[in-house]
Design a binder for this molecule. Structure first.
Ligand code: ADP
Length: 481
C-alpha cells in the first residue's frame, strides 16, 4: 500500500504537531518546513504527495500565492491551505486561486479526514492533469502523423473554423484558408454542407478539389487539450490512374467511331424499306421497322455522346467563348426542353436577376450542360417542378451560380460522389429510365471546368436534387440587361 507523504509549510508549531500526530496514526509520513524557498526545497526533497500551505505565511490573511509556490519549484503537487477559523475569506479565495482544499487549524476535531479529503482531491486533479497530458501528447503525435501525409488533412472546430491544415491541404486549398470556414474548401459553398451539418460523428464523402483530382474523405471526432471537440478529416486521392484513363479514352473513341458506320447503314436500309423501295410492307413489318428505327436513333445518340465524351475528356475540343448573358444561354435550354416538360406535366420555372453580371462562355456548350442537367431533372421527376435559378456570388473574383433544382427521386448518398463518373447510373429498382448511358454529367463537368467553373450537386433521396454550376464572371463587367 502506498504511504502518503504530507508536507506542512508554515511556522505554526502547534498545528504542525497536530498534523504529525494525526498522520502518523494513519501510517502517513509528515514533514514540517517553513513557508519560504527553503521550505519548498524541503517539500520537494521529501517528494510530498500534497503540500499544506499555512495562510499565515502571507500577511493579512491573503489567499494562496499559488503562482509563486509553483515558480519556487512545487510545479505539480496539489496544495491545500491551512487557515484559522477567522479567515474563511482567505480559504474561499484560495480555492478560487487554485488550492485543492482547506483545513482549519486550532480545531479540536481530528484534522485527518480533511487531509485525506484534500489528498483525494489532489489525486483526482493529478489524474485529470495526466489525462490532459496524454490527450495533448496523442494530439501532437496525430498532428505529426498528419503532417507527413501526402494526402490532404485538416482539423475543424465545431464552429466550422479550420484550425489545422497539413502541407498537402495547404498546397491544394491555399494557406490563406486557415482560420476560415471549412465549407469554403469545397466547391463554392457559402454555408455548412450536409456532411458537417448532419453528422455529429464520423463521416465519409467524395469531392473533386481545386487541383482537379478526386478525393475520398473520412473524418473523425477528437477532443483537443482544451477539451473541445475537433473534426479531423483526411482525403485519399482516388483519381483514376492516367494510363487506365488513356486506355479507356482510346477504347471509347475507337468503338464509337466503329459503331457509326454500321448504324448509318441500318438507318439507310430501314429508310429504303419503309419507303417501300424493297417491296410492299405489311402493317406488322412496318411496326417492326419503326421499333428498329427508334432504337437505332437512340443508339446513334449514345454513340454521338460517346464521341463527344471522348473528345471532351481527351481535351480535343475548343470552346467558342464570347461575352454572354445567362438569360441568353437559358433561352436555348428552354427552347430545347419546354415541350419535354409540358409532355410530362412538369413546370419549368426560370429566375434570373436583371443585374446579373455577364459571363464569358461558349453558349452552345453551356446550354448543353444545363439542358443535360435539367433534362435529367425532367427524367427523374414525376411531379412537382423544376426551378432554374441564377445568382451572383462575390467570392473568387465574382462567380455566377446557375442552379437547377427538382422535386424528383433524389440520389442516394452513396451514389452522390459517383454520378459524375463516366457510364455511372444509379441503380434503382423502383425507377426505370430507358434513355441515358451515364455520360451526360461526366461531359457536363468537363465543360464546366473548361470554362474555369465547377459543377456540383446535393441531393436527398426521395426529396429531390440540386445541381449548381459556378462560372467566373466576365472581367470588369456588370450585366446591363
Ligand atoms: P444519364 O444519361 O444516364 O442520365 P448522367 O451522367 O446525366 O447520365 O447521369 C448519371 C446518373 O445520375 C443518372 O443515370 C441518374 O441515376 C443520376 N441522376 C442525374 N441527375 C439526376 C436527378 N436530377 N435526379 C435523380 N438522379 C439523377
Amino acid at each position: 500500500m502506498k504511504v502518503y507523504k504530507v508536507a506542512y509549510l508554515g511556522s505554526d508549531s502547534e498545528a504542525a504537531l497536530a498534523f504529525e500526530f494525526a498522520l502518523s496514526k494513519a501510517g502517513m509520513r509528515f514533514v514540517s518546513a517553513t513557508g519560504d524557498q527553503s521550505g519548498v526545497k524541503k517539500a520537494l526533497e521529501f517528494n510530498a504527495d500534497i503540500v499544506l500551505w499555512d495562510l499565515d505565511n502571507n500577511p493579512q490573511g491573503k489567499p494562496i500565492p499559488l503562482e509563486q509556490i509553483r515558480k519556487a519549484g512545487l510545479v505539480k503537487q496539489p496544495v491545500a491551505v491551512v487557515v484559522s477559523p477567522d479567515n474563511v475569506d482567505g480559504a474561499i479565495q484560495s480555492l478560487a486561486a487554485g488550492a485543492v482544499d482547506f483545513i482549519y487549524k486550532q480545531v479540536r476535531d481530528d484534522p485527518l479526514p480533511r487531509i485525506v479529503a484534500a489528498l483525494n482531491v489532489g489525486q483526482k486533479q493529478r489524474r485529470i492533469d495526466w489525462c490532459n497530458r496524454v490527450i495533448e501528447d496523442t494530439n501532437k503525435q496525430l498532428h505529426g502523423i498528419l503532417s507527413t501525409l501526402k494526402d490532404p488533412a485538416y482539423g475543424v472546430s465545431p464552429e466550422y473554423q479550420i484550425l489545422y491544415m497539413n502541407r498537402a491541404a495547404e498546397e491544394i486549398f491555399g494557406e490563406g484558408l486557415r482560420g476560415g470556414a471549412c465549407f469554403h474548401m469545397f466547391y463554392d459553398r457559402t454555408e455548412p454542407c450536409e456532411i458537417c451539418d448532419k453528422s455529429k460523428g464520423p463521416a465519409r464523402w467524395r469531392a473533386v478539389l481545386k487541383n482537379g483530382k478526386s478525393y475520398r474523405f473520412i473524418s473523425a471526432l477528437i477532443r483537443n487539450e482544451k477539451g473541445e471537440v475537433e473534426k479531423i478529416a483526411v482525403g485519399t486521392d482516388v483519381t483514376p490512374d492516367e494510363e487506365v484513363r488513356k486506355i479507356h479514352k482510346t477504347f471509347i473513341s475507337n468503338v464509337s467511331h466503329d459503331l457509326r458506320t454500321p448504324l448509318a447503314a441500318i438507318d439507310q436500309y430501314v429508310n429504303i424499306m419503309m419507303d417501300g423501295l424493297a417491296g410492299e410492307l405489311t402493317d406488322e413489318q412496318r411496326q417492326c421497322l419503326d421499333v428498329i428505327k427508334r432504337s437505332s436513333f437512340r443508339l446513334g445518340n449514345i454513340v454521338e455522346n460517346l464521341i463527344d465524351a471522348s473528345n471532351i475528356l481527351s481535351g480535343h475540343f475548343k470552346l467558342k467563348t464570347q461575352v454572354a448573358t445567362v438569360q441568353e444561354i437559358l433561352d436555348i435550354v428552354l427552347d430545347r426542353l419546354q415541350s419535354q416538360a409540358v409532355d410530362k406535366g412538369i413546370t419549368l420555372q426560370v429566375q434570373v436577376p436583371d443585374d446579373l453580371p455577364l459571363v464569358y462562355a461558349d453558349k452552345a456548350r453551356m446550354a448543353q450542360v444545363i439542358a443535360n442537367i435539367a433534362g435529367n431533372s425532367i427524367k427523374f421527376t414525376e411531379q412537382g417542378m423544376i426551378q432554374i435559378r441564377a445568382g451572383f456570388m462575390p467570392r473568387d473574383g465574382g462567380r455566377v451560380i446557375i442552379s437547377v433544382e427538382d422535386t424528383g427521386i433524389g440520389i442516394p448518398k452513396e451514389d452522390l460522389g459517383k454520378i459524375f463518373e463516366l457510364f455511372y447510373r444509379v441503380e434503382n429498382d423502383n425507377v426505370y429510365v430507358e434513355e441515358g448511358a451515364g455520360l451526360g454529367l461526366a461531359i457536363s463537368r468537363e465543360i464546366a471546368r473548361a470554362h474555369g467553373g465547377t459543377l456540383w450537386t446535393e441531393s436527398l433521396e426521395g426529396m429531390g436534387s440540386a445541381f449548381h454550376i459556378a462560372l467566373p464572371i466576365h472581367e470588369g463587367q456588370q450585366a446591363t440587361r
